[in-house]
Ligand binder design. Structure first.
Ligand SMILES: NC(=O)c1ccc[n+]([C@@H]2O[C@H](COP(=O)([O-])OP(=O)(O)OC[C@H]3O[C@@H](n4cnc5c(N)ncnc54)[C@H](OP(=O)(O)O)[C@@H]3O)[C@@H](O)[C@H]2O)c1
Length: 210
């Protein structure tokens, strides 16, 4: 798969490096060409396919799938600069809201409205270091990654990218449920930062009353 990545930060590096190692063609893009080229060089040196540097618009055009991984305040500018190539394309949104969560302003919906892309919300629940693990397995269980999106082809492609990480994709429902993933991230991050065992809040399935 060709994967265009909007962003040159930690999430772009972690996930992009894994996918390049899996043999995908990856292009990263950022607002500073020097930083972008340096990241592409480091990712290439990590092994796997050569990672290309590009502009926002070049990465958007390059990808069969595009991932946006920038801080929320930069999202609108970056997606606007990425331009019309995103329309109708699978677009992974990993964005988390800052601590002041606004349930009336779901980011994934904003991303979809701005771009016309087939947005899939994914990868926002875990810290970036988890996405560097090969593979992320805890207590003998592969990490499950919930996906929210509406387009079957986009979901199928992102499922494959989740599997490439050694994780298990989970169907989280349509894009209207992506706000629940955004809220969950804020909630569990709050617990973790308070020193609580956030993983312990959920029971095994047999205790779910199903
Ligand atoms: N880090 C995590 O553990 C984690 C986990 C799950 C989800 N996320 C989400 O993933 C996204 C990326 O996080 P990250 O950890 O990769 O962040 P990061 O390492 O701080 O990188 C942030 C990226 O956003 C760009 N950026 C910031 N402000 C911008 C603006 N105003 N206009 C254009 N670009 C801007 C940065 O560009 P410059 O380098 O040019 O400043 C950089 O490419 C965020 O939405 C975050 O909520 C992060």
């Amino acid at each position: 798969m060709r994967i265009g990545i909007l962003g040159t930060g930690n999430m772009a590096d972690a996930l992009g490096t894994q996918w390049a190692r899996s043999g995908h063609e990856v292009m990263v893009s950022g607002r500073d060409p020097v930083t972008t080229a340096a990241l592409a060089g480091r990712m290439t040196a990590a092994g796997g396919s050569a990672v290309l540097p590009g502009t926002w618009a070049e990465a958007a055009a390059f990808g069969d799938v595009v991932m946006v991984a920038v801080l929320e305040p930069g999202l609108e500018d970056v997606l606007t600069a990425a331009g019309p190539a995103l329309r109708g394309k699978p677009l992974i949104d990993v964005t988390n809201q800052p601590q002041t969560f606004d349930v009336t302003r779901p980011i994934a919906r904003l991303v979809a409205d701005l771009t016309g892309a087939h947005v899939v919300k994914a990868f926002n629940l875990c810290h970036v270091d988890v996405w560097r693990m090969t593979p992320p397995v805890f207590d003998g269980r592969p990490l499950a990654v919930p996906l929210c999106g509406d387009d079957p082809d986009a979901l199928s492609r992102v499922r494959a990218l989740v599997t490439d990480l050694g994780c298990t994709p989970l169907d989280g429902g349509g894009l209207d449920r992506a706000v629940l993933l955004e809220a969950t991230a804020v909630f569990v991050i709050g617990l973790w930062f308070a020193g609580a065992d956030a993983q312990a809040i959920l029971t095994p399935g047999e205790f779910a009353g199903v």
